[in-house]
Design a protein around this ligand. Structure first.
Ligand SMILES: [Cu+2]
Length: 322
């Protein structure tokens, strides 16, 4: 049993899983502080109980004439008084942190809208017309970001453990939270509310960048630079526009304006396919298009009957969308 627990802990600690104890955001740091506070209180409480138990066993052997009433001061002080003080203290610290988490440390400098879908994230920068992407968020470092959350279908929950605590996405309402990243890096986010079959494959990546890098990225996202397509890539674009893709997907600057699936304007640079279901390389992209159900069973994209002879052209076109 102990060996299993140790193995589980090592597996959990050694991997690259996003840990709430390795924080890079103001909100998550506060939660981490609360975690350690409660951890050390628990350590002291367990030690206290073990010490008293040891002491009781030791004393019982020596002195058999203890009367029940002798224990009353102990029960009063250590059994009632101390737990009361500890619980009130934890409650007070918890309230203080909750209160601090409601309000951002400074006025938000940037707004982002996140819309949950089964099973992917739509991401919009409402202050920059046309800046839409999916399953990834980029933000400038050391700025306060307002995040407005809603859902297109069922309930989801937005959680980037290293940066901020969870906020639910609830149908018919907009929840607001904030994010303040303190260092540059890439942080994984997940859906933290069970939302159906592919709940586990509903991840996103938050990339924290220096401000100039972020501004350049946002500009290109809103107005993708003109692309010089080769003959093959141009054939691929024709395949894309002739197939059903445009009914569900948007590629800005083309006839594809669907909104059922993720915006594909920058699919070529995305970190994954299917919100973390598969790596984004040519092989997986081809497999995804022909049968997305094998890589992410149950997802909302049906298999696409693209002829094998057209697939290489389509793939080389999709790779240019970055
Ligand atoms: Cu979800």
């Amino acid at each position: 049993m102990a060996a299993v627990l140790v193995a589980l802990c090592l597996a959990g600690c050694a991997g690259s899983a996003p840990s709430t104890l390795d924080t890079a955001g103001t909100g998550a740091r506060r939660v981490e502080g609360l975690w350690w506070f409660m951890f050390w209180i628990s350590v002291v409480a367990v030690l206290e109980v073990l010490l008293l138990l040891g002491w009781a066993l030791w004393r019982r052997r020596r002195d058999t004439r203890v009367r029940a009433g002798d224990a009353m001061p102990f029960v009063g002080v250590l059994g009632v008084g101390l737990p009361f003080i500890v619980l009130v203290a934890v409650y007070g610290v918890g309230l203080r942190d909750l209160n601090a988490l409601i309000r951002p440390p400074a006025g938000p400098e940037l707004s982002i809208e996140v819309i949950g879908h089964r099973w992917w994230w739509e991401v919009r920068y409402p202050d920059t017309a046309g800046a839409i992407t999916a399953n990834e968020i980029r933000i400038p470092v050391n700025q306060t970001i307002r995040i407005r959350l809603t859902t297109a279908d069922v309930q989801h929950s937005f959680w980037v453990p290293q940066l901020m605590p969870k906020t639910d996405l609830i149908a018919g309402r907009v929840n607001e939270t904030w994010l303040h990243a303190e260092r540059i890096g890439t942080f994984r986010g997940v859906c933290a509310e069970y939302c159906g079959l592919q709940h586990a494959n509903m991840s996103l990546i938050v990339t924290v960048q220096p401000e100039e890098e972020f501004t350049a990225w946002l500009r290109d996202l809103a107005a993708p630079p003109a692309r010089d397509l080769t003959e093959q890539q141009r054939r691929g674009q024709a395949v894309f526009e002739a197939a059903a893709c445009g009914a569900c997907h948007t590629v800005r600057g083309t006839t594809a304006t669907g909104t059922i699936g993720p915006d594909l304007t920058t699919i070529g640079s995305r970190w994954s396919l299917g919100a973390g279901a598969a790596p984004n390389d040519k092989g997986h992209l081809g497999g995804w298009i022909v049968n997305p159900q094998s890589l992410k069973p149950g997802n909302q994209m049906p298999p696409q009957p693209v002829p094998a002879s057209d697939l290489p052209d389509l793939l080389s076109y999709l790779e240019t969308l970055r």
